[in-house]
Design a protein around this ligand. Structure first.
Ligand SMILES: [Zn+2]
Length: 123
């Protein structure tokens, strides 16, 4: 494993889902994956007091998740989009012509915004 790698053990998630009697194991696995990717893209091991980046989800959070209501905060969403943009531009490097870099980055941001209700394209 390298720095920035994420490991989510599906067996552990399944066991946890059974322990807390949460029937939707696939949903819980997705939440765990999103949470861990949040650590990578937010570049922190820290947690927040609300949303998907909480250290522990409460029963209400898990019920909310079944309705798509356990989310990153708008600020976290913006930080993650910025980090993805930084990484994309870093990979494109200086060789890519400027118009190409800009159009690729815009396409990435639009794709990410499709996953984030708080995102407004053009930010
Ligand atoms: Zn965490």
């Amino acid at each position: 494993m390298e720095e920035g790698d994420v490991v989510v053990l599906s067996d552990e998630v399944q066991n946890f889902a059974q322990w807390i009697r949460f029937g939707d194991t696939a949903n819980l696995l997705g939440l765990a994956m999103a949470h861990e990717m949040g650590h990578v893209l937010l570049r922190t091991l820290g947690h927040s007091g609300e949303g998907i980046m909480q250290a522990r989800w409460r029963p209400k959070d898990l019920r909310d998740s079944e309705h798509g209501l356990l989310l990153f905060t708008p600020e976290q969403g913006q930080l993650m989009r910025n980090e993805v943009a930084r990484r994309v531009l870093g990979r494109l490097g200086a060789q890519a012509p400027q118009p190409s870099r800009k159009s690729i980055l815009q396409a990435v941001i639009v794709d990410l915004c499709a996953l984030d209700r708080s995102c407004k394209t053009g930010n």
